[in-house]
Write a protein of this length. Structure first.
Length: 255
């Protein structure tokens, strides 16, 4: 098994997901017991500008599996030991964000159909052609990046909200519903000045710079991203929409 893990400093559009001070680049995982096919797929993937990680069996892939790394899987259908279909089902159980592209022989059409029913993104028949890989992998990575972003939004939202006191959560809930400070104060039985204090504190704790930011955070629609060069240890993740736009720009630049 050959592993190539790449950490890219800074923020490179289309290269991956901003995760703290680094960029987490998506990886194309190649799982095939045939060394010739592995070399072929690796060459195509690298030519397309992606980082491959190579596994000769489904079992080896699961040992190295990371649930927090965006990318996709090019998966052989028939392998000794755990089959491609079994690995696909295992990834589904683990709620993986890695779309699976099945690589099948001419006689595996029925299995390919079953794989699609079990959640595979697509299937490619052997002999593999570069154009099919270069057409399918960007779609898979785009989906994975978007799903990764959504999950990070949820995690970051809960982390930020956990900083608030019970009273600050009560104030936040009412502000998000559109209540002005006077109405919030009346509803909670506190002074308007106290509401202003709580509101300022929760804005600071949530790293919100405006009411719009506050509402987006509370609803889980997006997390503010720290400005480049700010040196924040808690930089937000890129939104799924921006991830897709950045990736699409990268794909166009390759054509």
């Amino acid at each position: 098994m050959t592993r190539q893990t790449r950490r890219v400093p800074g923020t490179m559009p289309g290269a991956g997901v901003t995760f703290g001070p680094e960029v987490l680049a998506p990886v194309v995982n190649i799982v095939d017991d045939d060394a010739t096919v592995r070399r072929l797929l690796r060459g195509i993937v690298e030519a397309g500008g992606w980082s491959p990680e190579i596994y000769e069996s489904a079992e080896n892939f699961l040992v190295a599996f990371r649930g927090d790394r965006p990318g996709c899987v090019l998966l052989d259908m028939r392998m000794p030991g755990m089959s491609g279909l079994e690995l696909l089902r295992e990834l589904r159980k683990r709620q993986s964000i890695l779309p699976v592209i099945m690589v099948t022989g001419h006689g595996d059409v029925a299995l390919a159909v079953q794989a699609m029913k079990d959640g595979a993104l697509d299937f490619i028949e052997k002999p593999v052609t570069p154009i099919r890989i270069l057409e399918t992998v960007p779609i898979a990575i785009n989906w994975s990046l978007a799903e990764f972003g959504k999950r990070q939004f949820r995690v970051d939202k809960e982390r930020r909200l956990s900083r608030l006191t019970e009273r600050e959560r009560q104030v936040l809930d009412r502000v998000v519903m559109g209540e002005i400070n006077k109405k919030v104060a009346k509803g909670l039985g506190i002074s308007e000045k106290t509401v202003e204090v709580h509101r300022a504190r929760l804005m600071r704790k949530l790293d919100a710079t405006s009411l719009a930011d506050l509402i987006r955070i509370a609803r889980g629609e997006g997390i503010p991203v720290a400005e480049e060069g700010a040196g924040s240890e808690e930089s937000g993740v890129v939104s799924p929409l921006r991830l897709g736009e950045a990736l699409n720009g990268t794909i166009r630049s390759r054509k």
